[in-house]
Write a new protein. Structure first.
Length: 360
């Protein structure tokens, strides 16, 4: 469980985003982070897990970094539910540890980046209430890895309606946007929350002058490109061609892609334009007009993003990048394990589960 004394929902002021907060400790933090990354599951683990049942997988990861999480939750949950709660708890505690071992600018930048989980939780709460999910089902998907504590999230999950959830968030930065939610426009609200997150993140970075902030900004811009590209493919596949339908779904601030130009192109020209970008090699074999699924394409882009983070960290070994590299690798490990557990629980063929994994 996250440290309960952490104030939920408090956002640093815009002016403080440009200031260093204390002395940065990159050398110490990166050394600790590299030790943490060495404990991630090696790639050869995943084929073994695919050959196991849920209980066997649970016992296997119970012998790893997830032991305490499974031990503490095993009395309350079992099967896929145990895995879901244990994975979320482990991710939250891991990221909380990162905030405790960093200081100064790296601490501030990591803290701003991890607010993505507060946005995730807000979307999860609205979605859960709209579809009448139980409190337990909602809790299963909440991740207390941002500024909201698990206690506060539990209180929100127990609210009777989405209106009650929104009112409980009336002192947060999300409230003005959430007031636009009427129970029918969830997709719009979720998209606006995504754009709000990245807008806030870029505002926190400010005009990057230091090497570390420039690296961090590049890292986020690459992430924005990947997200926009996944969205563009999804829209193209659905036959959406109108700019006024596409552009509101795009996130500003990407690294390389000229989104408005790409959005206006028919599929064949869209693919031709992508051949001139750094992303083409990663996706060239899964972009044919007959592509029957976006899963492989999104997995390729995610893999490219992970590999790029590692490349950046080798180029700048004592910087914010190795810390960010670990953050996304840890997130990917948890996602992979969640896919395996849920796939097994749903009785999916191992080949289908394997296709959804991103393994480096």
């Amino acid at each position: 469980m996250r440290l309960l004394e952490r104030i939920w929902g408090k956002k640093p002021s815009r002016t403080s985003s440009k200031k260093k907060k204390g002395t940065s400790n990159y050398a110490y933090a990166v050394t600790r982070v590299r030790a943490m990354k060495s404990k991630l599951l090696p790639r050869e683990t995943y084929p073994r897990l695919l050959n196991m049942g849920i209980d066997e997988i649970t016992r296997f990861i119970q012998e790893s970094e997830y032991k305490n999480d499974i031990d503490e939750l095993a009395m309350k949950y079992s099967g896929g539910d145990l895995a879901e709660h244990a994975l979320n708890r482990n991710l939250a505690l891991t990221y909380d540890k990162l905030l405790r071992i960093t200081a100064g600018d790296p601490n501030y930048l990591v803290s701003e980046y991890l607010k993505r989980y507060d946005y995730w939780d807000v979307k999860t709460l609205l979605r859960g209430k709209q579809y009448n999910a139980s409190v337990e089902e909602i809790l299963e998907s909440l991740i207390a890895a941002g500024e909201f504590t698990y206690t506060f999230l539990s209180e929100l999950a127990a609210k009777e309606s989405y209106q009650n959830v929104i009112e409980a968030l009336n002192d947060t930065e999300y409230y003005p946007l959430l007031q636009e939610y009427d129970g029918t426009n969830l997709a719009y609200i979720e998209n606006e929350l995504d754009k709000m997150y990245y807008s806030g993140l870029f505002a926190a970075i400010g005009r990057p002058r230091s090497k570390d902030r420039k690296l961090f900004a590049r890292f986020i811009k690459l992430e924005v490109d990947v997200k926009n590209l996944c969205t563009l493919f999804r829209l193209k596949k659905a036959g959406v061609e109108q700019l006024d339908e596409i552009m509101p779904l795009m996130i500003e601030g990407g690294l390389e892609l000229k989104i408005e130009k790409l959005a206006a192109l028919p599929y064949e020209e869209f693919i031709e334009a992508l051949q001139k970008t750094q992303y083409w090699e990663a996706i060239s074999t899964v972009t044919g007009p007959g592509m029957d699924s976006l899963t492989n394409l999104e997995s390729r882009l995610t893999k490219y993003y992970l590999e790029s983070a590692t490349t950046y960290s080798h180029v700048s070994p004592i910087s914010i990048v190795p810390i960010m590299d670990y953050i996304i690798y840890k997130r990917n490990e948890v996602l992979n394990l969640r896919i395996i557990f849920r796939g097994k629980e749903a009785g999916l063929d191992d080949t289908i589960i394997k296709d959804q994994l991103v393994v480096i």
